[in-house]
Ligand binder design. Structure first.
Ligand code: ZN
Length: 142
């Protein structure tokens, strides 16, 4: 696993401040839950993980925290057709592999120039804020 400086919760406070937002214990606990287990949980799953530590937190607060983290570019929101949004704290360029049988989602490292090469297909004048690459299929059964 990469040891990227963006993973440190101190960075969360810094990013929030830069976006004009306060760091709150709720935001921190939600962010830490995403860093601890990188299996692309849904908001409901995040809620289940933070409740033992913070029983007073509500699902609405978890949604708000996730939204804030996405707005500050600390977390990526990942959507697969029809499923609920999932959240990913890996900020390195990466693709997703969505196992259609188990519903599990894995990060796949991308060679550094892949995103630039894909962006190069954009016609002149087009700009894309994000590029998402998702494989849908099956991972090998153990
Ligand atoms: Zn991811």
């Amino acid at each position: 696993m990469r040891n990227d400086t963006t993973d440190h919760p101190a960075n969360l406070a810094e990013r929030l401040t830069r976006s004009g937002l306060r760091n709150t214990p709720q935001r921190e606990v939600v962010y830490r839950a995403l860093l601890d287990k990188r299996d692309h949980p849904t908001a409901d799953e995040v809620y289940g993980r933070v409740r033992p530590e913070m029983p007073s937190i509500s699902l609405a607060t978890v949604y708000n925290c996730l939204e804030t983290l996405v707005q500050c570019d600390l977390v990526r929101q990942v959507n697969f057709e029809r499923g609920p949004s999932r959240y990913c704290a890996n900020l390195q360029p990466h693709a997703h592999f969505h196992d259609e049988k188990t519903g599990a989602t894995y990060d796949l490292d991308l060679p550094p120039d892949v995103i630039e090469r894909i962006r190069s297909v954009l016609p002149p004048g087009y700009s894309a804020k994000t590029v998402e690459i998702t494989f849908h299929g099956q991972s090998p059964t153990p």
